[in-house]
Design a protein around this ligand. Structure first.
Ligand SMILES: Cc1cc2nc3c(=O)[nH]c(=O)nc-3n(C[C@H](O)[C@H](O)[C@H](O)COP(=O)(O)OP(=O)(O)OC[C@H]3O[C@@H](n4cnc5c(N)ncnc54)[C@H](O)[C@@H]3O)c2cc1C
Ligand SMILES: *[C@@H]1O[C@H](CO)[C@@H](O)[C@H](O)[C@H]1NC(C)=O
Ligand SMILES: *[C@@H]1O[C@H](CO)[C@@H](O)[C@H](O)[C@H]1NC(C)=O
Ligand SMILES: *[C@@H]1O[C@H](CO)[C@@H](O)[C@H](O)[C@H]1NC(C)=O
Ligand SMILES: *[C@@H]1O[C@H](CO)[C@@H](O)[C@H](O)[C@H]1NC(C)=O
Length: 600
């Protein structure tokens, strides 16, 4: 480490500029690196001479009201010393260590930390809570500094500072991102958690052919917060969110699309968006709706998280919340140890996927999480009574009975609203897990033409030590075809009947060869099997392999060229970066996933 806490520009900068001039066009503030035969221009990091000096950081800190923090990884209180890129810090604190250890798997605990990633794989897991304080705690891929933004002006200052100093910038809301997009080595984070405003309106006055009810939410609002308030209204209201109550509703979710239990009726969260207030890479405050900046409005509706602008607030349609019913199904080793019989049951269950969504069911299931295990939790009938829901699922139960398999059903209940069902039947989820996440979707055509192939792909996924989470819905049913193109999600989604997440467990601090093997397995065995079995499917940018082959086509299909142009228009210099998002083809995280650079 050189130049004290914040590094100081010195003679080396001059030398580097001289090299840059020799090579031609490297702009100031970019750092030249080589890896293999390739040359790169990289963002500026703490060990580079272009890293801002103490005075510059102090000035930024003043501009953001003293809300700039040096980031200490969450496990640090369990270690004597945190060996950070800005210097060593004595961190041991027994009470804090106990707190972080016991809350490690608690989503909300991790969400409220300044810059934690809920999927620790992408933090590199270099400072896990421990009982051995003499072990080494380093930053790994956790960010270096964080702006805990409280106002629009703080976010603007952060964007401008990152752009002017060529720093790796990350926008962090809840830290849920399955692909590690809300953490990054050597980065400056803007944390949006304080943006908590929620405003309902009975009639949206923003025009664009819609005058129904709406809600405007700040960037940091989470699903459970807005749903709770919506449910307290008279009559109770609801909006499209994911199945997970802790995900943010104005950050990554809408920018990736945002599917959930109401998707059969209203499409993606992105389909229900009416307006965004944003700050673009040039630091300008903009409104994006169907009339103002309509191209940006379109891109923010499913065109990729963290790609075009920072969202300050978003407005969505809200809907009356109808009575609903649910039911759970479990088949595991307590029911049969006969693998042939188990897979026959899976085939029967899954063979109904098209029928389920055609009858407006949302079906959330896990396959293989505990070995030979099918956990359907739950079948959801939004707007249905339990009797109506039972009538829809009865043919499947008849088929299961016919092969003589035992199973358990539970939770069968009528609810006054979907919200009540959501609160009661959906299971909580844990943070702090380390896995590589992938996924693929199954088109209607694939299920009709190649169901045996799909089931053998599932068997391949499980045999590889992976497991899967499925979501049966139709994003094409509730949204008229004439409106499909108003959001930028892959048009293929409209014919999807099952959206699958695959998970390959791997420790975040595993040796590099083991990580490479896990990535290879995800891409070339697990997801490859699903892709091959379902050629009419596509991939969901928020729940996919970060290194999905042909990601442009897989994530966005025919919409990609327009999204690429949009990125070049709104962020020509690459102020924002998130893996496998539009226009990032030239960018690479070299030196084992650390320095973000563009190829020269
Ligand atoms: C347990 C679990 C369940 C899930 N269930 C669903 C589901 O049912 N349906 C579904 O569609 N998805 C689901 N997801 C995936 C979810 O959509 C993504 O993880 C999403 O990226 C989370 O967004 P976030 O803003 O809460 O998280 P973050 O990790 O903080 O951010 C995610 C991405 O969005 C960017 N971002 C965040 N805020 C902003 C902002 N204000 N402006 C610009 N960029 C921003 C970040 O830079 C990052 O790239 C689930 C994820 C988990 C972990
Ligand atoms: C920013 O200012 C606040 C308030 O003065 C201070 O507590 C904090 O340590 C400063 N941040 C940095 C990174 O110096
Ligand atoms: C990340 O973890 C790998 C081992 O999985 C290790 O080789 C590498 O040095 C780590 N890098 C950082 C920056 O923590
Ligand atoms: C809302 O729009 C509908 C259909 O365009 C129209 O019939 C109705 O009068 C409008 N209501 C209000 C309050 O403007
Ligand atoms: C397992 O189930 C299959 C399918 O029902 C059946 O043909 C087979 O005999 C069963 N095997 C055993 C060992 O019971």
């Amino acid at each position: 480490m050189k130049g004290g806490i914040f590094g100081l520009c010195g003679a080396l900068l001059f030398v580097q500029d001289a090299i840059a001039q020799q090579l031609g066009s490297t702009p100031p503030g970019w750092v030249l690196r080589r890896q293999g035969d390739s040359g790169y221009e990289c963002k500026c990091y703490p060990d580079d001479d272009c890293w801002p000096n103490k005075g510059q950081w102090e000035k930024l800190n003043n501009t953001v009201g003293g809300n700039l923090q040096v980031n200490i990884p969450p496990g640090a209180p369990c270690y004597n010393t945190f060996k950070g890129p800005l210097g060593d810090v004595e961190t041991y604190d027994e009470a804090e260590c106990e707190k972080v250890t016991s809350n490690w798997a608690d989503e909300q605990f991790q969400i409220e930390l300044p810059a934690a990633g809920l999927w620790t794989y992408f933090t590199n897991d270099t400072c896990r809570p421990t009982t051995t304080p003499t072990d080494t705690c380093t930053l790994g891929y956790y960010p270096v500094l964080v702006i805990m933004a409280k106002t629009d002006a703080h976010i603007q200052a952060g964007i401008n500072f990152a752009r002017e100093n060529n720093l790796r910038l990350i926008i962090r809301n809840t830290g849920h991102d399955f692909l590690g997009r809300s953490v990054g080595w050597g980065s400056l984070v803007i944390n949006t958690h304080s943006f908590q405003d929620i405003k309902f309106s009975d009639t949206w006055s923003g025009g664009c052919g819609y005058n129904g009810s709406a809600v405007t939410v700040g960037a940091g609002v989470q699903a459970f917060q807005v749903l709770e308030q919506a449910n307290a209204m008279n009559p109770p209201k609801i909006m499209v969110t994911g199945e997970c109550a802790t995900v943010g509703v104005a950050g990554g979710l809408v920018q990736g699309g945002g599917h959930g239990p109401l998707t059969n009726f209203h499409g993606f969260l992105a389909d229900t968006a009416l307006e965004f207030k944003v700050i673009t890479a040039d630091g300008a405050l903009k409104t994006a709706n169907a009339k103002k900046n309509p191209d940006l409005f379109w891109g923010l509706r499913g065109g990729g998280p963290g790609a075009f602008a920072v969202i300050l607030e978003a407005t969505y349609k809200t809907f009356d919340d109808p009575p609903s019913a649910g039911i759970n199904l479990d088949i595991d080793r307590t029911h049969t140890t006969n693998a042939t019989l188990f897979w026959e049951a899976v085939r029967i269950f899954h063979g109904y996927s098209t029928y389920f969504v055609d009858n407006d069911l949302y079906v959330y299931y896990e396959l293989g999480t505990a070995g030979q295990n099918l956990h359907v939790h739950p079948f959801v009938g939004v707007g249905k009574t339990l009797a109506e829901l039972r009538a829809v699922v009865q043919p499947m139960f008849d088929d299961l009975d016919a092969i003589g398999i035992e199973y358990t059903t539970s939770g069968a209940e009528d609810f006054a609203t979907f919200y009540d069902l959501y609160q009661t039947m959906f299971e909580g989820e844990a943070a702090g897990n380390s896995a590589l996440t992938g996924g693929w979707t199954l088109g209607r055509q694939d299920v009709e033409d190649n169901h045996p192939g799909i089931i053998s792909a599932f068997q391949t996924v499980l045999a590889a030590g992976s497991f899967m989470i499925g979501h049966m819905w139709s994003a094409g049913r509730g949204v008229p075809e004439s409106q499909w193109a108003s959001s930028s999600v892959n048009p293929r989604f409209r014919n999807v009947v099952d959206k699958i997440i695959t998970l390959v467990p791997v420790a975040g601090n595993a040796p590099l060869a083991e990580k490479a093997a896990a990535q290879d397995k995800l891409t070339n065995v697990v997801d490859a099997a699903l892709r091959e079995a379902a050629p009419n499917g596509c991939a969901y940018v928020n729940e996919a392999d970060p290194y999905e082959p042909n990601w442009q086509e897989a994530f966005w299909g025919d919409n990609y060229p327009r999204l690429f142009e949009l990125r070049k228009k709104y962020d020509p210099e690459g102020v924002f970066y998130a893996v496998s998002t539009p226009g990032t083809e030239d960018w690479e995280q070299i030196e084992t996933g650390t320095r973000l650079c563009r190829k020269v």
